[in-house]
Design a protein around this ligand. Structure first.
Ligand code: ZN
Length: 370
């Protein structure tokens, strides 16, 4: 009797389970048939994060455009000579993040000035602690480490220099993510005519001082990547975001090797969509498969920079068009032209779930945003 009752309940449960399962799968199939990917009409309604911008202007134009296009922003302070002083950048970030706490987040940074002094590490740590207390979601280290800053002996300080370890250990221990921009695009070490995208050709033709192909006395591309990896080997639990696709932008295979090797690392797309598009012109399926396979590890970002002297309306238009263009490429299967690549590029029509992670959930998780 007990056994019969049990069997009967089990049969009912099983039928119910089969019914629920088939109901779910038919609902899913219907949904997939109608819309596996987003369209241009979905752009404004999907919540998004641009995880690498530079709000170097205290005016609210960037915020207004972000809100209109349903973006939150991570503004990254960086010790870049063409930008305002890092204290001014931080003041702007603090002010905007207080005024617009759901739209603007920021990452702090530090200067290499004073590196040779005994108290440099403690001054940097104090500065970063204060920034985190004031809301900084990450710390940025820029390519001046490895490519331009020299110590008192005129030696370049590489990212794996032991003098940086106490700072990286401190950030790792306090679970503060580190955004690293080390090296340059691989194109930087190639002759102009061999570069894969037009923006690199133009930039390095105009700035020969930064064109490493012309400076064989400087560290090689491989040396920059090895130093970065050596630093990560020393700080394995660091939450690391490789800015600009970790300077591996030229090869989705190399990006995959990097992500497999460093499970706590992710990549931001800032200013490297052209490199992704150049690869997808050659092999769309390969690039699409890479983004789907690593959908938990890639963060949407543009590197949009709102400069102090920039016209507000011009900047808003630039930001809106850049965001629309990237949305079209990643979400639809239409053909588009982009300035970085000659000819046309076909959109990747990534699945909605992958887009949700790349455009929102990954950055939200990694930087612990609201
Ligand atoms: Zn940047």
């Amino acid at each position: 009797m007990i056994s019969q009752t049990y069997n009967r309940i089990a049969t009912i449960s099983l039928s119910l389970a089969v019914f629920i399962l088939s109901a779910c799968s038919s609902a899913k199939d219907t949904k997939q048939d109608t819309a596996t990917h987003y369209s241009m009409a979905d752009f404004a309604t999907v919540k998004k994060i641009d995880a690498h911008v530079h709000a170097n202007n205290g005016d609210s134009a960037f915020i207004e455009q972000a809100q209109a296009d349903n973006f939150a922003l991570l503004s990254i302070n960086v010790d870049y000579p063409d930008f305002p002083d890092i204290d001014i950048q931080q003041d702007i970030a603090l002010s905007l993040s207080k005024q617009f706490p759901e739209t603007l987040y920021f990452a702090a940074t530090f200067s290499m000035d004073g590196w040779d002094e005994d108290n440099w590490q403690s001054l940097v740590t104090t500065r970063l602690n204060a920034a985190v207390k004031n809301g900084a979601k990450a710390v940025k280290v820029w390519k001046n480490i490895g490519m331009s800053y020299r110590d008192e002996n005129q030696q370049l300080v590489m990212i794996d220099n032991p003098g940086l370890d106490p700072i990286f250990s401190h950030l790792t221990q306090h679970q503060v993510p580190v955004i690293g921009h080390q090296g340059e695009p691989h194109n930087c070490w190639l002759p102009i005519e061999q570069m894969s995208v037009n923006n690199d050709k133009q930039y390095f033709a105009a700035h020969p001082q930064y064109h490493m192909y012309l400076h064989p006395e400087m560290p090689s591309y491989e040396a920059q990547m090895a130093a970065r990896n050596n630093m990560l080997d020393k700080h394995q639990s660091m939450q690391f975001i490789g800015a600009h696709l970790a300077s591996l932008e030229w090869s989705v295979d190399e990006m995959a090797v990097f992500l497999d090797r460093y499970p706590n690392a992710s990549l931001d797309l800032a200013a490297r969509m052209g490199q992704v598009q150049a690869q997808s012109v050659k092999n769309r399926q390969k690039v699409r498969a890479f983004l789907i396979q690593y959908q938990d590890r890639i963060v949407y970002a543009t590197d949009l920079t709102y400069a102090p002297d920039e016209d507000a309306q011009t900047f808003k238009t630039t930001a809106h068009q850049k965001w629309l263009q990237d949305w079209r490429y990643l979400n639809t299967d239409t053909t588009l032209t982009v300035p970085e690549v000659d000819g046309t590029v076909t959109g990747l029509a990534l699945p909605k779930a992958a887009i949700g992670k790349i455009y929102y959930h990954n950055a939200q998780r990694i930087f612990t945003l609201k």
